[in-house]
Design a protein around this ligand. Sequence first.
Ligand code: SD4
Length: 335
Amino acid sequence: MTTRRTFLQTSLLGAGALALPKAFSSAAGKSSRAKVVSTWDFGVGANGAAWKVLAAGGAALDAVEAGARWAEADLCNPTVGHCGNPDRDGVLTLDASIMAGDGRCGSVAALEDIDHPISVARAVMEKSPHVMLVGAGAQQFAVQQGFAKKKLITPEAAQRWREWLKTAEYKPQINAERAKLPGNKDNHDTLGMLALDASGNLAGACTTSGMAWKLHGRVGDSPIIGAGLYVDNDVGAATASGQGEEMIRNAASHLVVELMRQGRSPAQACREAIDRVVHKRPEASKTLQVCFLAMNKDGEVGAFALHKGFVYAVCDAAKQDALLDSQSVYTTEQT
Ligand code: SD4
């Protein structure tokens, strides 16, 4: 089975070995200020899907939806979309949000049996008078909008859940995916994506299956505007990954954007938001991962994490597959 790490190696090799199609590279020239950034190493693939939209002169909002859909369809991702790990009752529930730089936004939380929660979130934004729908109501709305209802949990995820039931211990791991714990016990990692298009508009998307083995009905930060995602064309955009309860407590993505509004660089804003998380819960911060990724309206990008190991993918006309290490408060990798 392809892991994220082998996918990355393959994609890096592939990018080096293959020339970009002509139409693709010449369109990229037209959108030289366009940029897309994403959390984690699977962000490289998601950025690739988003870049196709941006390079053709498309809108940031369409780009982030395309990128998030790529991650949701990734058959190997146990933390996003239909291959995600379930909750403690064995039920897969998905959270997603989308936001445009002009303040339009939509989200779904605890959505069951519907593929591509990011597109349902966009439908909430564009086709309902609301911002957020949850649970059975979100599913009902999705079906009314033409989304197919289907059982999403994969045999692999069900097997991981049966393994987990042997101890049934809810113990979030720092960078569980990257640590490659035996038995694939990943229980977090979210795709957070921010894009700037050639017209200077920002947009963001955030999609996840949330913390594995969570209580049924638990909602994380990812679908909560201001916690897992915030975008403002006047300033910039921010997204988060890690233990969502900490982002919600601190309205953290909104905090990062507001710090940028006060003049901080994206990296400084992410750093200060991490400091706020630590200040609120110093003891808990020793064992939980929290990561922020931000981009300002000029396309400057920054990130900061609580613990070492957070990586983020950056894609623009100059380079499509950059993967960068974030700085962190704790500088030795912990598992
Ligand atoms: C959540 N923030 O549901 C998500 C999970 C995550 O890295 O991003 N983990 O709390």
